[in-house]
Design a binder for this molecule. Structure first.
Ligand code: BTN
Length: 308
């Protein structure tokens, strides 16, 4: 354990002011080193007050620093800034990190969305990727994205009583504006999923409207700032429970019950193609079933959905 981590551990255990003198004696390092490591902790997002009596951790309900997650601390990897949590999560997944490792960042310099779009990732939003290693057939892997969307929408509804509705494939809307986007990346070896990284960007206390007029944040919807940590914790509780006993039929049923796409005339845009029709259902793998103008049915498995 690094000296920084040892200091953090002692501050957590003390749950009170701890003098620099005590820390330096316990760790066998100088008080100047203690201060240097404290500054490092503060720079990495840990709130610590310092007074003549010593140092004390300050808990902040909006903080996403790992230590704030209590029993989950080991699974959370917090960064004040990354290019994209997807890149960090992929590197960690390839190095063999455990199932349900979470990479969360205060901001992203190159946040990305589906179809090669950028995802504006200013301070205040919730940007994270979960590394999942489900033992399910590769064929149903796309349902993991749908499950993530279903559980994030349910989390928002139950914590904040907002009508969070799913838009195919896995966007979350409120008031006809986009609140949350989900991106995934998977690697498989033969028939086995090595990992699926689910990247979620939720507009919480940021102002997405400045770049994207059809986007909205929880802060705008509620007229007040919202602490991000309880959202992430509540989402992980739901998502992990689902993944422990993955139930494709339940995911599909829940998605059908809470979506704004079925019954609408839509245009599905892929990188090189567009298809128009009326959305009539989703199939067992989460593909969108369209009724075309000539009456034929066609299922699309990826793309962006625009209402006509
Ligand atoms: C979309 O709607 O196009 C998907 C947006 C996904 C954004 C999230 S933010 C966390 C993770 N890191 C990224 O770079 N993208 C995803």
């Amino acid at each position: 354990m690094s000296p920084k981590d040892k200091i953090l551990k002692r501050l957590i255990e003390a749950d009170n002011v701890l003098s620099g003198e005590v820390i330096s004696a316990q760790l066998g390092i100088s008080r100047v080193s203690v201060w240097k490591h404290i500054k490092g902790l503060i720079a990495s997002g840990v709130s610590i007050s310092s007074s003549p009596k010593g140092y004390r951790l300050i808990s902040d309900p909006d903080s996403l620093a790992a230590w704030e997650f209590g029993a989950r601390a080991g699974q959370i990897h917090y960064f004040s800034e990354v290019s994209s949590t997807m890149d960090t999560a992929r590197a960690m997944a390839r190095e063999g990190c455990p199932d349900h490792t979470v990479v969360v960042a205060q901001r992203q310099t190159h946040g990305r969305g589906r179809l090669k779009r950028t995802w504006s990732s200013a301070d205040g939003g919730l940007y994270f990727s979960v590394v999942a290693r489900p033992t399910i057939p590769v064929m149903v892997a796309s349902l993991v994205n749908l499950a993530a969307a279903v559980h994030m929408a349910d989390t928002i509804r139950s914590l904040h009583h907002i009508e969070a509705i799913l838009k195919w494939p896995n966007d979350i809307y409120a008031n006809q504006q986009k609140l949350c986007g989900i991106l995934s990346q998977m690697e498989a070896e033969g028939d086995q999923i090595a990992y699926i990284n689910i990247g979620i960007g939720l507009n919480v206390n940021n102002d997405p409207e400045t770049n994207e007029p059809r986007a909205i944040s929880l802060k705008s919807l509620l007229g007040r700032s919202v602490p991000r940590r309880e959202i992430l914790e509540a989402f992980l509780d739901r998502f992990e429970k689902q993944m422990a006993h993955f139930d494709p039929l339940a995911v599909i049923a829940r998605w059908r019950a809470n979506n704004m796409t079925i019954g609408r005339a839509v245009r599905i845009q892929t990188i090189n193609n567009a298809i128009e029709g009326t959305a009539v259902d989703i199939d067992a793998l989460g593909g969108l079933v369209l009724r075309l103008a000539d009456g034929r049915r066609q299922t699309v498995v990826h793309g962006d959905c625009f209402e006509q």
